[in-house]
Design a protein around this ligand. Structure first.
Ligand code: NZQ
Ligand code: ZN
Length: 383
């Protein structure tokens, strides 16, 4: 196992009715910036519950944070937060609202152009504290220090991370997810599955506990994912799905093991140029990465096939079947797995590779061996 530091300060309030409990988590004198997306929280009763829980506080609202949150929109929220002198952010929504709010929290204190936090890795020295109410299990943003922001004008989608943007608390009430369209819950299963794979499907470092944590999440998603799609109001299935998504990217399973993330970085460029949902890009790229990297990932691919899918037989056929089962699982959830399914022709590949190069994504993967040339090969396998 590799050396690691594990730190995660986010308090989780899990279960039905827990939105009311956030009242006790807010600093008593805080003036709150309440951030949300395109309005789903108005239609499913979450807004009313949040308003009740924040009734003792001054609250300024900022709605309209879009999926793949835009820098341009978020900077308007920063202006509002500064003008109103807020001192706490409460983000209510999915990964986009939470990521956007993390960026607002960091940009609030940033002098100069805040795009530098994303493009130039300008260090985050200070950030507003934030809490979240999660309504879409997928990204793990509710319990991690990452955020991804898109600049509409230049079609760039870039991540940043800082320990200062860990949420102070996150409310995970599975009943808030009942109103999710099937496409979004399927996206959530694919995203959580891929987060687990990015930290598991690398090479062995004798870390059996992390391996089994990861295999447990993958197997639970395989069992609960279809159930939660078929029965959207099955609170047990939603609870299990929600906790899987959080555990998939809160640092636990990735501690002390190599990590890949090539699928995500290639996927971000597809979203930036072609507007696919984040998880749609992962469903396309992950099977292709597995195929192209099957040599480098051989030992873990065999372990994955045997332990997660129960495949028996020769090593090479186990790998073939493991990749095929992964693709079939995503397809069974209704998430298509080929670029062509989204109307993207092979002619689009050079521009995607050029974007990766522009963003310095030239040594991706757990071994740093995914050069732009290999990213191109992976993208060709996505066709
Ligand atoms: O905007 P509203 O009206 O709320 O509607 C949203 C949005 O249209 C809707 N929705 C959310 N909760 C709902 C609901 N509709 C009905 N009922 C509910 N309970 O769902 C749509 C998609 O929401 P979004 O927040 O965009 O989805 P998701 O949670 O999948 O977040 C995706 C973003 O997170 C980033 C992605 O790149 C993408 O920008 N990621 C963040 C990560 C992190 N912070 O660690 C890691 C991930 O790999 C990912 O990159
Ligand atoms: Zn993801």
């Amino acid at each position: 196992m590799q050396n690691f530091t594990f730190y995660n300060p986010t308090k989780i309030l899990f279960g039905q009715g827990q939105i009311a409990a956030l009242k006790a988590e807010l600093p008593s004198s805080a003036k709150i910036l309440l951030t949300y997306g395109g309005g789903s929280i108005h239609r499913n009763g979450v807004y009313a519950q949040v308003k009740a829980a924040t009734s003792g506080h001054g609250v300024v609202e900022f709605g309209g944070i879009e999926p793949n949150p835009r820098f341009e929109t978020l900077m308007r929220a920063v202006d509002l937060a500064r003008a109103e002198q807020v001192d706490f952010i409460l983000a209510v929504g999915g990964g986009s609202v939470i990521d956007g709010s993390k960026f607002i929290a960091a940009a609030f204190y940033h002098e100069g152009d805040a795009w530098a936090i994303l493009a130039d890795h300008a260090p985050v020295q200070r950030a507003l504290p934030l809490g979240t109410v999660l309504t879409l299990p997928a990204t793990g943003s509710e319990m991690n220090a990452f955020a991804v922001v898109t600049r509409e004008s230049t079609h760039e989608k870039l991540p940043f991370s800082s320990p200062l943007v860990y949420p102070r608390f996150s409310v995970l009430d599975p009943t808030t997810t009942f109103t999710l369209p099937a496409r979004q819950i399927a996206n959530g299963v694919v995203d959580a599955f891929t987060h687990t794979m990015e930290q598991y499907l690398t090479y062995p470092v004798n870390a059996p506990l992390q391996d089994r944590f990861a295999e447990g999440i993958l197997q639970t998603l395989i069992e609960e994912g279809p159930k939660t799609l078929e029965h959207p109001q099955d609170v047990d299935a939603r609870s299990n799905m929600m906790w899987c998504a959080t555990m998939a990217l809160n640092g636990l399973i990735g501690a002390g093991v190599p990590q890949d993330w090539a699928t995500h970085m290639i996927g971000h460029e597809i979203t930036a140029l072609h507007g696919l949902d984040h998880a749609q890009t992962l469903a396309v790229v992950l099977p292709a990465t597995m195929q192209r990297q099957r040599g480098a990932k051989r030992d873990k691919l065999i372990q994955y096939g045997r332990r997660v899918w129960g495949i028996t037989g020769e090593d090479d056929t186990t790998i073939d079947q493991a990749i095929a089962k992964t693709r079939a699982f995503f397809e069974s959830l209704g998430v298509r797995t080929r670029l062509g399914d989204y109307g993207i022709a092979p002619e689009a590949i050079p521009a995607l590779v050029a974007q990766l190069e522009k963003h310095g994504m030239v040594k991706l993967g757990e071994r740093g061996d995914i050069t732009p040339e290999r990213s191109r090969e992976i993208l060709e396998l996505c066709a």
